[in-house]
Design a protein around this ligand. Structure first.
Ligand SMILES: [Zn+2]
Length: 641
């Protein structure tokens, strides 16, 4: 068995199943109005809204919805120049944008998915305020596609949510510029079998999307979520994986997290642990405490409340995937700043402090300043057995009780094993708890948008784009550029402009401008986004007409950009006006006259050192090839004299 097979075998034994969900912004105006799909730095005014009713028209209250509603937040919306009454929910949505619909149809066709006859938009409840209407509109476009041997379950068209800016004084602040940008949502079946394959499939979907030329480019325009499960574990959705490269590591870390939870479950069953729901008020134990966090909170009328976690002693604070961290994640989602648990306090035999679970400024005091005696008192007060752990929090009574109840229900889940939930990917590729898995009650029909018929002729008319691999191959053959250059041009999205220019100009030079010269100019912190097709055409044209030499490309382009001038003026400003062959000849003759002895002595070998000297004088003013041929000829003449 080779290494790859061994690996596959390992994941097969684990029963690893991965599904991908990819959201990509489409390059058109908004989905339900004509506003531009562009983010902006400023806003015109703010509007304030409260929470919408949390009950869907089907009568079921969604678990995730209830949890969000419990946070009782109000929302501020920043209205920008790229918004109209549709985004503020004061006007019904317009007809869905045709270009956006076509982009999704094209992708669906590329993956051989079955396209629906009629597009119906549905309302998906969102309670976090990220949509002014209280729901996100989404439509199923196609099902049952395939990429290699991974099934594409669904391809949907939906609207992007508002952009979260901050949370302040009980308000969540959103900017409406992003709201309504069309998104394609692609969900695969959980057919992916290894962490590496998950990355490959995501990459492939990404390049296919870019090949359509109908998607937005750049950071934040594509987002990938993962579904990960293992045998005896559960389906966990991981949102917001930063980049493709980190996918395998995120999956590996989720596997070990689930394995750890399974281990805890087995241990608890072995210890026959049951969760008791009693909450203990142990404030009196801390009347004279030296622990600063507790002291400060008690002065603010806080209380110290605790719970007993039967059978969990030693399981909270061990190893990479500390269960204590999971608990802390849950109370953080409920608005508590943190918790103390027995595995990190003195008196526990294997006591170690685990710094990563405290949240605000708690790392300054070792063991937080809680003493052995205090721990002893807690254990006595709660009547703890040797296998029992405890968690205490210090807060206002109701907040503390709410937090502890959340921990108790999480502890209860761990007797069953891994809970299904939605988690958020963090920069170090670990994850934190976000919310429970949303239930099925989240969707109901959108009555403001009439269904859109998809005619068979329309689908037949869609021409599939050339895939990147094919295009790269064609570039190498047709334009005689290197494979690497062709790959870069395509990957960076210059392929279309490149093909336009090479009809008139030399491919190697065009490719060099895109791949070397523009990045060089960008390194000097110039705003290269202002370089457009017209500007490049001017430059290429002047170069072709011998107005300057190709060595001067960077300087000329740079000058046009910084001084905001045309190419002729830039040539003048940079002093790079091209010299005629005659002028070049006279410069070379002058140098050769000075170096006469050297040439006589070295003969033909004088060329290389003299070329350096000549180039110093002529760089950018004449073409290198012409200079070298003149120099060669002149040396030959001198030597044969
Ligand atoms: Zn609008």
């Amino acid at each position: 068995m080779n290494k790859e097979e061994l690996k596959l075998n390992k994941y097969e034994k684990l029963g690893l199943k991965i599904g991908l969900e990819i959201h990509q912004q489409l390059d058109s105006s908004k989905l339900f109005c004509e506003c531009p799909s562009k983010l902006v730095d400023e806003y015109d005014y703010e509007i304030v809204r409260g929470l919408r009713p949390t009950q869907s028209e089907l009568g079921d209250v969604d678990r995730a919805a209830v949890e969000e509603a419990q946070k009782k937040l109000r929302f501020k919306y920043q209205v920008t120049e790229n918004n109209c009454l549709v985004e503020t929910d004061e006007e019904p949505p317009h007809e869905p944008n045709k270009n956006a619909v076509n982009a999704v149809l094209m992708f669906s066709k590329m993956v051989n998915a079955k396209i629906v006859d009629e597009i119906y938009f549905m309302r998906k409840i969102v309670i976090d305020g990220s949509n002014t209407s209280g729901f996100q509109r989404t439509a199923l476009i196609a099902v049952d596609g395939k990429i290699d041997d991974v099934k594409i379950q669904t391809v949907c068209l939906e609207e992007d949510a508002a952009r979260k800016i901050s949370e302040e004084n009980g308000f969540v602040v959103y900017r409406l510029d992003r709201l309504g940008i069309p998104l394609i949502e692609i969900a695969t079946a959980p057919d992916i079998k290894t962490p590496e394959q998950a990355k490959e499939v995501a990459e492939k979907i990404g390049t296919m999307l870019r090949a359509t030329k109908k998607v937005k480019r750049g950071i934040g325009t594509i987002r990938q979520d993962l579904n990960v499960s293992i045998k005896d574990g559960a389906r966990v959705e991981i949102k917001g994986v930063q980049d493709l490269k980190s996918i395998p590591d995120v999956v590996e870390k989720e596997i070990s997290r689930q394995l750890r939870l399974i281990e805890i479950k087995n241990k608890l069953n072995e210890r026959k642990a049951k969760i008791s729901h009693e909450i203990f008020d142990i404030t009196m134990i801390f009347e004279k405490t030296e622990c600063k966090i507790i002291k400060t909170m008690l002065e603010k009328n806080g209380k110290v409340l605790g719970i007993k976690l039967n059978g969990l002693s030693g399981l909270l604070g061990d190893g990479e995937n500390r269960f204590g961290k999971e608990l802390a994640g849950r109370v953080k989602a409920a608005g508590l700043k943190g918790l103390f648990h027995s595995d990190e306090l003195p008196n526990f035999p294997a006591s170690k402090t685990h710094k990563s679970m405290q949240l605000v400024n708690w790392e300054v005091c070792p063991n937080y300043g809680i003493t052995e005696n205090e721990v002893e008192e807690i254990r006595k007060n709660m009547k703890l057995d040797v296998n029992d752990a405890f968690v205490i929090v210090v807060e206002k009574d109701n907040i503390a009780r709410n937090g502890l109840n959340i921990i108790l229900s999480r502890a209860e889940e761990c007797i069953k094993g891994v809970p299904e939930e939605v988690r958020r990917a963090l920069p170090d590729n670990t994850t934190e708890y976000m919310r429970p898995m949303p239930g099925a009650a989240r969707m109901y029909p959108e009555t403001d948008i009439p269904p859109v018929r998809v005619k068979k002729e329309e689908i037949d008319k869609i021409k599939l784009p050339e895939l990147f691999d094919e295009k790269i191959k064609r570039f190498v053959e047709a334009y005689k550029i290197s494979f690497e250059s062709a790959k870069q041009l395509v990957a960076q999205g210059y392929d279309e402009m490149f093909e336009g220019f090479v009809k008139k100009y030399e491919p190697k030079i065009v490719s060099r401008v895109f791949l070397n010269i523009i990045p060089e100019i960008e390194k000097e912190e110039k705003d290269v986004s202002r370089i457009d097709e017209k500007m490049l055409d001017e430059v290429f044209n002047a170069l072709k007409n011998g107005r300057f030499a190709k060595e001067g490309l960077t300087a000329v382009l740079c000058s046009m950009l910084t001084s905001n001038i045309g190419v002729e003026e830039a040539i003048k400003n940079t002093g790079l006006g091209g010299l005629s062959e005659k002028e070049v000849e006279s410069v070379i003759e002058k140098i050769l006259e000075e170096k006469k002895e050297f040439v006589k002595e070295k003969g033909k070998n004088a060329f290389a050192p003299l070329m350096g000297l000549v180039m110093k004088k002529l760089r950018g003013k004449a073409d290198g090839k012409i200079i070298s041929s003149i120099l060669k000829r002149k040396i030959k003449e001198m030597v044969s004299e």
